[in-house]
Design a protein. Structure first.
Length: 454
């Protein structure tokens, strides 16, 4: 049942999707356009496609955006009537990003680590806590306005859940917590002291207990949360990331080597201290025994930010002539470059925690329909590539296997037999409109449950 106006009640379950009255959701997301990068794609696409399932949203976000990653063109993808509430942070939200501004190209590792460590000592769960504290009152005010059926918080940063939990208790509205990454189980979780670790675990547990539904982007993450919080396993759902067919309207034309040109691998996204280029450097170094003039047969382009360790890795192996770094580009340009690449490169960190996640760029690579060469988790990334036929995956430490495979790719590229071998029907579950419909079903479910218990 849902109340429509003073004294009027309608049973929404008797309506088809097209007939059902509109419902409204408030999204709480720290990152939002004009902030760019992979972290905003999920919410941008949800807000774009949820209206098809009779859900209208407003969103409360951080303002102003950090200056080191902006993509104002993403604003064009949002519904024209979308209401955006921007909340400034009382403290600089990109303290480590200020270190970024000192860099000319690569981000200086030492300065970044100092800034990140200093912030982590006083701000738990993350450096966006001041924004979360400032956002609590606006979120509470919006929820008391009686125009929303449900509230959704999305992380990272985990502070978005902290802000929402504090506000939702008084509003008595259903709450969906969306996790794009794990919290205390993410691979980069490095609390400075046992006390910080305990606080993070306490905050995570309060969110798990307090929300009405949890959405995770991988089944492995859902299973891990369910194992650690068995009484709440029934409210956990898996809804993956994906790609927008509107960004990738058709398969790119197949092409072979032109006039002896090298096979060009394209990497898009950030290369960090831990998710760095070392696995690829080992593969390229090993290939030299077969191709003394390696630059004539294979080249790598990387678009996005990077930590300085990546430059040092290449210099140590004298590979600078094979890898070209390019600055961060708007998403629209990245999509174009992905579709025009010979093949797409994915480099991820190893370790148990990385089996819980899937890089967002993996799904965009699927949409680009170019062969994917991945140095990542065979259990996570490799599983998706095997199911779709879109590429090959090797553990970062499997240098021998990856080298042999890349050698075969180079041969196929130069003899004209190099092709994308993905299966179109296997891509459909990862399309953004379908994912938005699955998300709308969760919103509908918690809303109905809340109304039924009122």
């Amino acid at each position: 049942m849902r109340r429509l106006g003073q004294g009027s009640w309608v049973d929404t379950r008797t309506f088809s999707r097209k007939q059902r009255p509109l419902r409204r959701a408030l999204f709480v997301s720290c990152f939002f356009p004009p902030i760019g990068g992979g972290g905003v794609q999920r919410i941008v696409k949800l807000l774009r496609y949820l209206p098809r399932d009779r859900w209208v949203a407003e969103v409360l976000v951080l303002s102003p955006p950090p200056a080191d990653a902006t993509d104002p063109e993403l604003l064009d993808e949002l519904p024209p009537d979308l209401v955006v509430h921007r909340v400034p942070s009382p403290l600089p939200t990109s303290l480590p990003a200020q270190a970024n501004k000192q860099a000319r190209g690569a981000r200086p590792d030492r300065l970044y680590r100092i800034a990140r460590t200093a912030a982590g000592l006083v701000l738990v769960p993350d450096i966006y806590l001041p924004w979360a504290l400032a956002a609590r009152r606006p979120v509470s005010s919006l929820l008391r306005s009686d125009r929303f059926d449900v509230v959704v918080s999305t992380s990272p940063p985990d502070s978005a859940h902290v802000a929402t939990r504090a506000a939702v208790a008084d509003a008595r509205l259903p709450w969906v917590a969306d996790f794009r990454d794990p919290w205390t189980r993410r691979i980069h979780f490095r609390p400075p002291t046992p006390l910080h670790r305990a606080i993070d675990r306490h905050l995570e547990a309060r969110v798990v207990r307090g929300c009405d539904a949890m959405v995770m982007v991988t089944e492995a993450m859902r299973t891990d949360f369910a194992r650690r919080y068995p009484p709440h396993a029934g409210k956990m759902r898996t809804i993956t990331n994906g790609f927008d067919p509107a960004d990738y309207p058709a398969a790119a034309a197949e092409r072979g080597a032109a006039s002896g040109a090298p096979l060009r691998l394209l990497h898009t996204g950030t290369l960090t201290l831990r998710r760095n280029i070392a696995p690829l450097a080992s593969v390229l170094d090993r290939l030299r025994s077969d191709f003394p003039d390696l630059a004539s047969v294979v080249r790598v382009d990387s678009i996005g930010g990077r930590d300085a360790i990546n430059d040092r890795i290449l210099r140590a192996r004298s590979l600078e002539d094979l890898v070209t770094f390019h600055p961060t580009q708007p998403h629209r340009e990245i999509v174009r470059r992905q579709r025009e690449a010979d093949a797409l490169l994915l480099v991820d960190a190893g370790g148990e925690g990385n089996n819980l996640t899937l890089p967002g760029k993996l799904f965009e690579y699927l949409g680009a329909r170019r062969p994917v060469f991945a140095l990542a988790s065979p259990e996570a990334t490799g599983k998706v590539l095997r199911e779709t036929g879109a590429g090959i995956c090797f553990a970062p430490e499997d240098v021998e296997g990856a080298t042999s495979a890349l050698k075969r790719w180079i041969g196929a590229f130069h003899d004209g037999s190099f092709r994308w071998q993905g299966r179109e029907e296997a891509l459909e579950p990862y399309t953004r409109p379908r994912i938005a419909t699955e998300f709308a079903a969760v919103l509908e479910q918690v809303t109905e449950a809340s109304l039924g218990s009122a």
